[in-house]
Design a protein around this ligand. Structure first.
Ligand SMILES: Nc1nc2c(ncn2[C@@H]2O[C@H](COP(=O)(O)OP(=O)(O)OP(=O)(O)O)[C@@H](O)[C@H]2O)c(=O)[nH]1
Ligand SMILES: [Mg+2]
Length: 605
């Protein structure tokens, strides 16, 4: 008996923690084995950020049944991961935080699941929270199902109350808190068995591609019909209808944290296949005698794009392992293969690419992953992808923004959002003194908004946003109102040089930093950029003059993380990314050239 489920929810509502508990209680691990928290979040970046980035498969056995589980990410930038994996399952556990209730991404993922006709089980999670209000939240879930046009059957959704962290679930709030048995039982009884026919000709859709240094490409998906045996020849049909034959070298099923090798598998099971070289997500594998492609659900389009460039700064090639056009070309195109909501297009010159994704974080994760792999390159500021309607009117991507702020910050926050062309949709005051606002706002207005928002609300504000369709261009929004301090010549920044520069603004670098002409070393308080020499050495004659180096106090520079840099730079600037450093720079490094362009108003887009 097989059951295939995905766990879907808004970010942080406890999906990965629930998978931990399910794995532990299904005796996948030995009783004494120490299992780390959020064990499915296996990527370095996932552990560091505490969020799931890629959807992942696992499987457990429960009373003779095999339950395949997909843990999906809740952050809206990774919605493509949810979309591509929902095709492998027959039902979903919709997790909803017992205090927060359904939020933006809850709606998004539920819409996708209902659209595919999947059977939902609602799990009200974190009922151990002191501020939990499970019954109220169930009502809100019902409202959400109705709003999304659920059919009568779907409206009869089963509800469980759970604490993933404490490892229990129950059908009734009055039931004792024991273990996850009630949840396992609900999965077996409520989620339909996979449809498919084991006797029919073999057919399978690939919904995930993994990479292993030893065995190469691993194709993952659910067998729709028929049987698959090691050594079998299958016809690979790509989404454009091209066909070729390949042989299945190895077959695995998912058990706990590993894959276990199998000789054969049949309709309904989710398997991983080794040996297929020319394969991508959306391909169908079929019996060579009966070649019929399976439909592949198109995922939502990217909304943000940015340029990736070969690093041409004077410090290029010193810190990265992979720096050439060839390296970057191959790596970026490989990404587009496995990361289906990402697009990679060759740019106007051989050393530029346009990379588009579903949000800043989606792109930032790629940049961070590449720099850790040893790549070195430059990136531009992210820009929203505009469209035109049939009358030629320019449309821009809009976001549904939800912010929650303590009342005292309400005025400032509303002012900022208003000036950024946000339209207020809803305002709810809660008893605890916080206000929840909902805005319809251009995506470009949110570039750089998060850090401002956190500063303005002293860290007390919470914000989430999610793509809300395209709408007519809303007009100008305020730009960065500070110019930058730009290094005047190449060298090493000195205490003396920086001390002098400090009067002109806030510095981003410390003494000893390598700089070059055109590199951004700080921010001014004024709208214009200032070119400045930070490599200046003190003249010998003034050595004994007032203010020896020890007396020159420099304020510590703010930390420039990749995400901050992406939010910060303007269109005539770039970020130089290497495994060791993140540097900000002007696109045009030469000062004369920059001034000349400025004069003629030839700003690069
Ligand atoms: N109090 C309480 N906290 C929980 C519970 N389940 C999860 N958490 C906490 O909620 C936070 C987020 O948990 P995750 O399991 O990473 O949430 P997620 O849904 O996988 O998050 P994304 O994958 O990033 O969308 C962690 O700090 C968990 O410890 C629960 O039942 N009760
Ligand atoms: Mg997670």
């Amino acid at each position: 008996m097989i059951r295939n489920i995905a766990i879907i929810a808004h970010v942080d509502h406890g999906k990965t923690t629930l998978v931990d508990a399910m794995l532990k209680q299904s005796s996948i691990f030995h009783a004494k084995e120490q299992v780390q928290e959020r064990v499915m979040d296996s990527l370095d970046l996932e552990r560091e950020r505490g969020i799931t980035i890629m959807a992942k498969f696992t499987g457990i056995f429960y009373e003779g049944a095999k339950i395949n589980i997909v843990d999906t990410p809740g952050h809206s930038d990774f919605g493509g991961e949810v979309e591509r994996t929902l095709g492998t399952v027959d039902g979903v556990l919709l997790l909803v935080d017992a205090a927060e209730g359904p939020l933006a991404q809850t709606k998004y993922v539920l819409r996708k699941a209902l659209g595919l006709g999947l059977k939902p089980i609602v799990v009200i999670n974190k009922i151990d929270r002191p501020d939990a209000r499970p019954l109220e939240i169930v009502d809100k879930c019902l409202d959400l199902f109705i709003e999304l046009g659920a059919d009568d059957d779907q409206l009869e959704f089963p509800v469980l109350y759970a604490s993933a962290r404490n490892g229990y679930a129950k059908r009734d709030l009055d039931d004792p808190e024991v273990d996850l048995k009630p949840l396992f039982d609900a999965i077996i009884s409520e989620i339909p068995a996979p449809k498919g026919d084991p006797q029919a000709p073999f057919q399978m859709l690939i919904s995930s591609i993994d990479w292993d240094d030893y065995v190469g490409r691993i194709a993952i998906g659910r067998i729709k019909n028929g049987q698959l045996t090691v050594g079998q020849t299958v016809t690979v049909i790509d989404p454009d209808g091209n066909e070729h034959n390949e042989k299945v070298a190895k077959l695995y099923q998912f058990v706990g944290l590993s894959r276990s090798e199998k000789a054969s598998a049949q309709a309904g099971d989710i398997v991983a296949i080794v040996g297929l070289d020319e394969i991508s997500i959306g391909c169908t594998l079929a019996d060579p005698e009966h070649r019929a492609p399976l439909p592949f659900v198109k995922v939502d389009e990217p909304t943000v794009t940015m340029d990736f460039l070969v690093n041409d700064s004077p410090l290029a090639g010193q810190e990265g392992k992979y720096v050439t056009t060839r390296h970057l070309h191959d790596r970026l195109h490989r990404e587009a293969y496995a990361n289906i909501s990402m697009r990679v297009e060759d740019g106007p010159t051989a050393d530029t690419w346009h990379v588009s994704g579903r949000g800043e974080l989606h792109l930032a994760v790629l940049i961070e992953t590449m720099r850790r792999e040893g790549y070195e390159f430059a990136v531009s500021r992210p820009r929203p992808i505009f469209k035109k309607d049939e009358n030629g009117q320019v449309l821009e991507p809009l976001e549904l923004l939800t912010v929650e702020v303590p009342e005292e910050f309400l005025g400032t926050v509303m002012e900022h959002l208003g000036s950024r062309q946000g339209k207020l949709l809803d305002m709810i005051h809660s008893e605890s003194g916080t206000v929840r606002l909902e805005y319809d706002i251009p995506a470009r207005s949110l570039l750089g908004f998060r850090s401002l928002f956190l500063t303005e609300t002293k860290g007390y504000g919470v914000m989430h946003h999610i793509f809300n369709g395209y709408g007519p261009y809303r007009g100008d929004i305020p730009k960065r109102n500070h110019g930058v301090l730009v290094a005047y010549e190449a060298g090493v920044a000195t205490v003396f040089g920086l001390y002098g520069a400090q009067d002109r603004g806030t510095l981003f670098i410390t003494p000893g930093t390598q700089v070059y002409e055109g590199m951004i070393v700080g921010e001014t308080g004024r709208p214009q950029d200032i070119d400045i020499n930070v490599t200046k050495k003190k003249h010998l004659t003034s050595l004994r003059a007032a203010g020896s180096e020890e007396a020159m106090r420099l304020s510590p520079p703010p930390e420039i993380t990749l995400e901050k840099a992406l939010e910060y730079i303007e269109s005539d600037e770039l970020i130089e990314v290497t495994p060791k450093n993140i540097r900000l720079r002007k696109r045009i490094l030469n000062r004369q050239e920059r001034l000349r362009r400025q004069k003629w108003g030839q700003h690069e887009k």
